[in-house]
Design a protein around this ligand. Structure first.
Ligand code: HEC
Ligand code: HEC
Ligand code: HEC
Ligand code: HEC
Ligand code: HEC
Length: 243
């Protein structure tokens, strides 16, 4: 009778183990390497087409972040301002500056027909498309009157000549806060304040508020049942961020 399996197949289990180990190792490497693109790294600070300085505009001139990032409390994206926002001032200020040539080209004569198109700002912060992030859930936790400040996630932008990334934006970074948001909460009124610090009384109040929040992955969220009983439970797992 013919052999159903040729003899060499007896060796597969022996060859298989290292092969599987190798493939497994490669998969881990691949996920780690290709799924963590360089541009999400701490310190990433690409050269921008116009030498725009947050230190000057948000720091010295004291412009509020929302003057330019005006969707940050309402939408997933904070967005970068259109040329119009810059021209509110630069129609009068530094009109001849060569450093603003690209801005003037983009503006043209201010009509859609004759402008040079939007300024090609380079993106600094980017979470991979397979994870969902939204600003408004963090910047306007309206039902509790609290927020996570811009500084908590972006650092002292008002001191940066060139914006760079200060936090890893990795899954563990998100989850560290989601599991214990209390110390990072602040009153909504202090959203864009770069120098605000909590005092002891606030920290105590914030710890209490944090129990009622529901960030995905939180293991200590509190629910009050209709009969008044309070239970502690976990919030949405992976699907809260991987939708
Ligand atoms: C006068 C307008 C203006 C103001 C005010 C302003 N920004 Fe910006 N912001 C910009 C522009 C233009 C860019 C894109 C160019 C760059 O990255 O420097 C930008 C980029 C950023 C980025 C990086 C975006 C990315 O690509 O990841 C962050 C973070 C940021 N701003 C935060 C802030 C914070 C926080 C404040 C308040 C302290 C603030 N900005 C105030 C205009 C402004
Ligand atoms: C509220 C007014 C205001 C707005 C809005 C504003 N700027 Fe400015 N900008 C200034 C002032 C004031 C200076 C400093 C002028 C000086 O040094 O005397 C300046 C300086 C600059 C300079 C340095 C110019 C040089 O020759 O040194 C650049 C570049 C610049 N701004 C880019 C921008 C861009 C890009 C935007 C829009 C994202 C913007 N500004 C929005 C007021 C503004
Ligand atoms: C909880 C953390 C967190 C807070 C708070 C936060 N950001 Fe962000 N920000 C991020 C992350 C993460 C990204 C990258 C988002 C992405 O890739 O979709 C980002 C991206 C940005 C960008 C780039 C453009 C965009 O919309 O993706 C700007 C500008 C910005 N943030 C400004 C601000 C300002 C201004 C504030 C305060 C009003 C703020 N952020 C508060 C985490 C935060
Ligand atoms: C410094 C604290 C902090 C960091 C960092 C943070 N979050 Fe959150 N996040 C919160 C809090 C607090 C809430 C809950 C708000 C509520 O219950 O209303 C939340 C809510 C959310 C929600 C729920 C939004 C909704 O519509 O239900 C998502 C999604 C989310 N975060 C994603 C992320 C991701 C992805 C990251 C990392 C890139 C991240 N967060 C980083 C504090 C944080
Ligand atoms: C708070 C939001 C959040 C939750 C909850 C969450 N993730 Fe993630 N996850 C992220 C972010 C952010 C990244 C990194 C995105 C990037 O690198 O740009 C990520 C990356 C990943 C990756 C890619 C590998 C890596 O480490 O970069 C895998 C796999 C993953 N998550 C699986 C899960 C699983 C399984 C769960 C449930 C146990 C989960 N995630 C829950 C936000 C979350």
């Amino acid at each position: 009778m013919a052999l159903i399996f040729p003899k060499w197949t007896n060796d597969i289990p022996r060859m298989g183990a290292p092969l599987i180990a190798l493939l497994g190792g490669f998969t881990v490497f691949a996920v780690w390497y290709w799924m963590s693109p360089l541009h999400t790294d701490v310190g990433y600070a690409p050269q921008q087409p116009i030498p725009y300085s947050h230190k000057l505009h948000a720091g010295e001139l004291g412009l509020d972040c929302r003057y330019c990032h005006n969707n940050v409390e309402r939408s997933p994206n904070a967005g970068v301002p259109p040329t119009q926002t810059c021209m509110n001032c630069h129609k009068q200020v530094k009109v001849g500056s060569p450093r603003l040539q690209l801005l003037r080209d983009s503006w043209g004569d201010g009509t859609l027909a004759k402008d040079g198109g939007p300024i090609p700002w380079k993106r600094v912060h980017k979470v991979s498309d397979y994870a969902y992030f939204t600003h408004s859930a963090h910047t306007a936790i309206v039902h509790k009157g609290v927020a996570i400040g811009c500084k908590t996630c972006h650092g002292r932008v008002d001191e940066m000549v060139v914006v760079h990334q200060v936090e890893p934006l990795s899954m563990s970074w998100c989850l560290d806060c989601h599991n214990n948001p209390g110390p990072n909460l602040r009153p909504i009124a202090e959203l864009t304040n770069m120098t605000w610090e909590p005092d002891a009384a606030w920290l105590q109040k914030a710890a209490e508020i944090a129990l009622d929040l529901e960030p995905p992955g939180n293991k200590h969220a509190r629910t009050t049942l209709p009969d008044g009983q309070v239970i502690v439970r976990s919030t949405a797992g992976c699907t809260g961020c991987h939708r």
